[in-house]
Design a protein around this ligand. Structure first.
Ligand SMILES: Nc1nc2c(ncn2[C@@H]2O[C@H](COP(=O)(O)OP(=O)(O)OP(=O)(O)OP(=O)(O)OC[C@H]3O[C@@H](n4cnc5c(=O)[nH]c(N)nc54)[C@H](O)[C@@H]3O)[C@@H](O)[C@H]2O)c(=O)[nH]1
Length: 148
């Protein structure tokens, strides 16, 4: 069976810059393996529903819970890639951190985090599918605000 993981693309808006540069995405760097950067996400536990997984992993990995987040409607993206020869599917929802000063608290699974504008986020993310997803998220937000 394919591996399945779920998470959140989390963004915040900073007041000091005009759109689109006011949008910053949260990326976490693993403390293991290739030290790659991804949004908070993780494997679905047996019997767990996808959104519950996304919320649980975001709390575990970034210290951010539903009380800190505003989930954006009509945005969910699936990425499919192979990990050590097994197909993996990752579902990402999109959520805003309305209070941009809310602290991010990492677990042992990650060694660093970054709030990054789209260009830097894409450079950190490295994988084309994740970069495309971040770009789509930004487009979705700007379109919703009538700024594009
Ligand atoms: N020591 C050690 N331990 C590990 C390792 N590996 C796992 N652990 C343990 O597992 C726990 C994590 O459990 P969860 O939090 O539940 O799972 P996830 O959050 O899902 O995390 P993963 O790291 O398993 O999965 P990915 O992020 O998917 O990375 C897997 C590979 O896929 C590629 N890749 C990544 N992202 C993209 C993308 O967007 N697009 C594309 N195209 N490719 C992408 C990249 O090549 C990468 O190397 C940790 O606590 C460790 O105990 C490891 O290498 N060494």
């Amino acid at each position: 069976m394919a591996l399945r993981a779920c998470g959140f693309i989390i963004f915040r808006r900073v007041a000091q810059r005009p759109p689109p540069d006011n949008i910053e995405f949260l990326l976490l760097q693993t403390s293991y393996g290739e030290h790659h950067w991804t949004p908070p996400k993780g494997h679905v536990d047996p019997g767990e529903d996808d959104l519950t997984t996304a919320l649980r992993e975001t709390r575990e990995e970034a210290g951010l819970g539903q009380e800190h987040l505003r989930i954006v409607e009509n945005f969910v993206k699936e990425l499919r890639y192979a990990v050590r020869g097994r197909d993996k599917s990752v579902l990402y929802w999109l959520a805003e951190l309305p209070d941009p000063s809310t602290a991010v608290t990492l677990s042992d699974e990650h060694q660093d985090f970054r709030w990054a504008r789209l260009e830097e986020a894409c450079a950190l993310a490295r994988y084309q599918d994740l970069q495309d997803t971040l770009k789509e998220a930004q487009r979705h937000l700007l379109t919703a605000e009538g700024k594009q």
